[in-house]
Design a protein around this ligand. Structure first.
Ligand code: BES
Ligand code: MN
Ligand code: ZN
Length: 501
């Protein structure tokens, strides 16, 4: 899909050659003389556009307007959230084989950069179609979308960011949606190598021999029940000086989670193909970085394997040794995500990162706690937690911070190893995070549990591409921060902490 940004007055929009116009209508219609004004004013006067955001009115060949189809959609106050909703609803309604060239007319509303970015994202989201393993699917009809605004120059940054997010989200959706037999660890590595051909990105892929040499006994333990060989993917985006400390993103890449010997029940087990949603979001974020080109260094780490029951599979009670040296008693083989992530977190330390963020479809408990609206956010570093939470609000890709009190780690005690991989059922998202935290004690670390947000179930089953928008926003914000500020702030907050003791 091709996006374009144009300065377009309402009068020019009426003349614009397209298969359809999607016209966003604000609560307070500005005065004007164009045929578009006349149409909207009439519809409002006749009470045909009454209702909240997303209320719409479809018009066919209205007078004085060149495009044959005109869809009026209420956009309320036209803030980013309202535009996301209204554009999404409008584009979904305009899904038709005859609509390949669309103009989204934002000239009647006051749109800022964040609002335009939201509109671009919503347009892509609403027109996305997965086709890879479904030859009968009708591919996306939309080929060209022009965003018409009153001043293109004023919102160009939002447009660019929007295009980058869309590239990232669509890359993430594609890989997360692919069935597990089409998205094996080796195929994920191929996708990462494909990204390695983009400007600024380098990819390295480690296999079982290298992973063994590194001592990643916990990651290897999960992989040992599968016929598919594991992969450890290392991506690097260099947008700043070589010596600049990178942000490290770690994505859980379980390409299928049967639970292993602690086998999952049959219902909805197919959805465990999405258990590499964290990995997909890391890949997608790198696709977005190649477009947005921020002045920042980023490393992506993806431990990837299947979790299968087998004669060679790990058994409840097995004790394995992680790369950190800590031994782990595997009481439940279905708590495998933390077992592969812990070794990746140990590996992350070698980059001397300014921040490490892991992203994982980690716990059903997080789905119970936060549902599908917000991802779970965990960090002992207030500044990092705040930066991620803010990036979430800014991009509309929300998260919510949950606690990390040490008392939550009580249940992880083991009589046979340094730590057990599960505690009781209570606070399951938090105890999982407490497990991970043991492997990140020296790191400025945060954890995003995306079990509830990475995909939708039911009739609209499919990957969401989350949290690519949050991650890209966080990275863009980091890049925009004056150099040295990160360190100075960390020092100041360390001082404040020791003073308060
Ligand atoms: N991949 C699952 C988490 C999950 C479950 C995500 C359902 C989305 C929907 C993870 O590997 C898992 O199985 N976690 C267990 C942990 C438990 C055994 C402590 C869970 O949440 O049930
Ligand atoms: Mn599991
Ligand atoms: Zn899992």
């Amino acid at each position: 899909m091709n996006f374009d940004l144009k300065t377009l007055s309402p009068a020019q929009a009426a003349e614009f050659p397209a298969d359809a116009l999607l016209v966003l209508v604000p609560d307070a219609l500005p005065k004007g003389q164009s045929p578009l004004h006349a149409l909207v004013a009439r519809a409002l006067k006749d009470d045909d556009l009454e209702g909240g955001v997303s209320k719409s009115l479809a018009c066919y060949r209205p007078e004085g307007i060149k495009a044959p189809r005109v869809l009026l959609v209420r956009a309320g106050t036209a803030d980013a959230a309202a535009l996301r909703k209204a554009v999404g609803a409008g584009v979904a309604q305009l899904k038709a084989p005859g609509v390949t060239r669309l103009a989204v007319v934002l000239s009647l509303v006051a749109v800022d950069a964040d609002g335009l970015r939201a509109a671009v994202q919503a347009c892509a989201d609403a027109s996305y179609v997965y086709t890879t393993t479904k030859p009968s699917a009708k591919p996306r009809a939309l080929a060209k979308v022009t965003f018409g605004v009153s001043d293109a120059g004023a919102v160009r940054s939002g447009f660019q960011a929007g295009k980058a997010v869309v590239a990232g989200v669509e890359f993430a959706k594609e890989w997360a949606n692919r069935p597990a037999n089409h998205a094996t660890p080796s195929r994920l590595a191929d996708a990462a190598r494909q990204l390695g051909r983009l400007p600024g990105i380098k990819t390295e892929v480690l296999g079982p021999r290298e992973v063994e040499a590194l001592g990643m006994g916990s990651f290897m333990a999960v992989a040992q029940g599968s016929a598919e060989p594991l992969r450890f993917i290392v991506l690097r985006y260099q947008g700043a000086g070589k010596a600049d400390a990178p942000v490290v993103l770690v994505g859980k890449g379980i390409t299928f989670d049967t639970g292993g010997i602690s086998l999952k029940p049959a219902a909805e087990m197919d959805e465990m193909k999405f258990d590499m949603g964290g990995a997909a979001s890391v890949l997608g974020t790198f696709a977005a970085l190649a477009e947005a080109k921020p002045a920042l260094n980023v490393v992506g780490l993806i431990p990837s394997c299947e979790n299968m029951p087998d004669g060679r599979a790990i058994k409840p009670g097995d004790v394995v040794k992680s790369m950190s040296g800590q031994t782990i008693e595997i009481l439940n083989t279905d708590a495998e995500g933390r077992l592969i992530l812990c070794d990746a977190l140990t590996y992350a330390a070698r980059f001397k990162p300014r921040a490490v963020v892991d992203i994982a479809t980690l716990t059903g408990a997080c789905v119970i706690a936060l549902g599908a609206v917000r991802s779970g956010l965990f960090s002992a570093r207030d500044e990092l937690a705040q930066a991620l939470a803010e990036a979430g609000e800014q991009s509309g890709d929300l998260c919510w911070r949950l606690p990390l009190d040490d008392d939550y780690a009580e249940g992880l005690k083991s009589n046979f190893a340094d730590v057990a991989n599960v505690a009781g059922r209570a606070g399951g998202a938090i105890t999982a995070a407490k497990f991970l935290q043991r492997f990140a004690t020296e790191l400025p670390w945060a954890h995003l549990d995306i079990a509830g947000t990475a995909w939708r179930g039911g009739a609209a089953k499919g990957a969401t591409g989350r949290p690519v928008p949050l991650l890209l926003q966080y990275l863009l914000n980091e890049a925009a921060r004056p150099a040295g500020q990160a360190k100075a702030k960390a020092k100041a907050s360390a001082k404040a902490r020791s003073a308060s003791r």
